[in-house]
Design a protein around this ligand. Structure first.
Ligand code: FEO
Ligand code: CA
Ligand code: CA
Length: 538
């Protein structure tokens, strides 16, 4: 077990990488990982080198979506795109999930998170102070979209005018899945800060309310309210405690509920693993400096409204149960389990959870079962480039103990900084995106990395263990929501917040995707091409 900071010391060698990945892929072709590397080292100089998969992109700051040779992209959706009468795509698309319609793989419902707003771009640098009309517009831009999509000659596209298109916004009523009211209410008004998420085995999406304090502020320890960046509390007085939850939505109806049992924090994601008996384990992280990693085990099959929530101590490799009834230190501070769940960070700190470097996405390797956690950076600890952890549960996924090691570290040697979303392709390849903040891109600590990227880490062959940049984002943007479709022949990707650092209409920092003097727009794109077929398709 490694303390999260002490783990900063070593970078895995490529040989160690293969050991670490624990993959059987090389054995499938009659080779173990280590003999392959050693054999490569013994190859005479005159022998032909094994072919390289591709030459990765060099970092650059260019206001376009760059791709390695062998890949191309098409736009699927864009901010403000009309879906049907009175309904349009929200701002800053993030997590993506696909639910095929029965009987077809070529048509389905695409869930799209809309994480936050950039008021200057939304209101075209319109009047300040904020007006009621602007507040109403902002509330319509976040939440999520259910988009009825179909594969056409132009690739995946929304079905024009379909009644299946739906929106969930910051005004959608969402009941709490809990038998005690939350600050006097049985339901919340709306969802916001919807960053990443997860999918349940029963066909619902989990959408995570990450930076809820941007919208409604936060309750402080003396009971007062810290004001928000967007100033929504100047228009309506909704309690901060109604936000910061994992929200479960049925994409068929756009109805949902807030899963109080998973606790309240800046949830980045909610990654679901079904157990043999139908119960589920859900991993989630709190994307704030020095906050924690969590695991939830449901009590019942097909239901996440009740269960046991744990917080990770990565120094001892222990999941600590956040159960008021069993923890005297929690009983001494809080009056019941509801208070524990509302004040999750404080409860975790009381139990001795290990502070992390901003946990972002969590994904489970479908072949090995290892749990990977992106920790994007932690400026408070002078960590500007982040790392990816690998958690191995000791036993099954309900185990109280685990082993944790550092899988990859950001930095000039590996060529990436600030890892965020992770995805495994259908062949098991490891992909991740980076999220250097727009205001940091190109500055001192981040100069080597250029704009944000999409990276592929081969798990076999001559480039195994290398971090290869596949795509580079337009100015200020990050890639989010990677989602493989068509058996790995298509990669849907959100291009989020291009140009968000723009300070004036005549000084837009990005004009992607339309170029010229146009306003920038977040979009969902579909990446495909012969290289993706080679790397990811089954
Ligand atoms: Fe919305 Fe932590 O990324
Ligand atoms: Ca993220
Ligand atoms: Ca991020």
């Amino acid at each position: 077990m490694l303390p999260s900071d002490a783990a900063a010391t070593s970078q895995l060698s490529r040989r160690r990488f293969l050991e670490f990945l624990g993959r059987g892929t090389l054995a499938a072709v009659g080779l173990s990982a280590l003999p392959l590397l050693e054999a490569c080292q013994r190859v005479p100089l005159a022998a032909p080198k094994p072919p390289r998969l591709f030459d990765p992109l060099a970092p650059a700051i260019e206001d376009r979506l760059r791709l390695v040779e062998g890949l191309n992209y098409r736009e699927v959706l864009r901010w403000e795109q009309p879906l049907r009468e009175g309904l349009q795509v929200g701002m800053h698309n993030d997590y993506l999930a696909f639910f095929p319609l029965p009987g077809t793989a070529d048509e389905g419902l695409l869930w799209v998170n809309h994480e936050y707003i950039t008021p200057a771009l939304l209101h075209r640098f319109g009047p300040a102070p904020k007006t009621r009309a602007q507040f109403d517009r902002e509330r319509s831009e976040v939440g999520g979209s259910v988009v009825h999509v179909r594969k056409t000659a132009q690739g995946w596209q929304p079905v024009p005018g379909s009644e299946r298109h739906q929106r969930v916004t910051a005004t959608t009523p969402l009941p709490f899945a809990w038998d005690v009211p939350i600050v006097g209410a049985r339901q919340a008004i709306g969802t916001l800060g919807n960053c990443a998420g997860g999918v349940t085995p029963w066909g619902t999406v989990l959408t995570c309310e990450e930076n809820y304090d941007l919208f409604w502020g936060e309750r402080q320890s003396d009971g007062s309210r810290r004001s928000s960046l967007y100033g929504w509390e100047n228009f309506e007085n909704l309690p901060p405690e109604h936000y910061g939850w994992v929200v479960e939505i049925d994409p068929a109806t756009a109805q949902g509920k807030k899963l109080v049992a998973l606790g309240r924090c800046a949830h980045e994601c909610a990654t679901v693993h079904p157990l043999p008996d139908g119960r589920c384990v859900v991993y989630t992280g709190d994307d704030k400096e020095n906050e924690f990693i969590y695991k939830f085990v449901s009590d019942q099959p097909n239901d996440l409204s009740r269960g046991t929530l744990y917080v990770a101590n990565t120094e001892t490799g222990t999941w600590l149960p956040l159960v008021w009834a069993d923890q005297p230190d929690l009983k001494a501070r809080f009056k019941d389990q509801t208070e524990v769940l509302i004040n999750l960070r404080e409860a975790g700190r009381i139990l001795g959870a290990t502070p992390q470097h901003r946990p972002e996405d969590i994904e489970i390797d479908p072949r090995t079962g290892h749990v990977f956690v992106s920790c994007t950076m932690n400026k408070s600890k002078a960590d500007y480039t982040g790392h990816i952890l690998r958690i191995d549960e000791l036993g099954d996924y309900t185990s109280p103990s685990f082993r944790v090691e550092r899988f990859l570290s950001g930095g000039p040697d590996t060529g990436f900084a600030c890892p965020d979303n992770i995805a495994f392709d259908p062949r098991g390849g490891f992909w991740f995106t980076s999220d250097i903040a727009g205001y940091d891109i190109g500055t001192a600590n981040f100069a080597p990395f250029g704009n944000n990227g999409l990276f592929y880490v081969p798990t076999e062959g001559p480039q195994a263990g290398e971090v290869l940049q596949v795509a580079s984002a337009p100015n200020d943007a990050e890639f989010t929501g990677p989602l493989f479709l068509d058996g790995g022949r298509t990669l849907l990707l959100s291009v989020q917040h291009p140009g968000e650092e723009s300070k004036a209409p005549e000084a837009l920092t990005s004009h992607w995707p339309d170029g010229g003097t146009s306003y920038p727009r977040s979009c969902v794109v579909a990446i495909s091409g012969p290289l993706l077929d080679t790397l990811a398709a089954v």
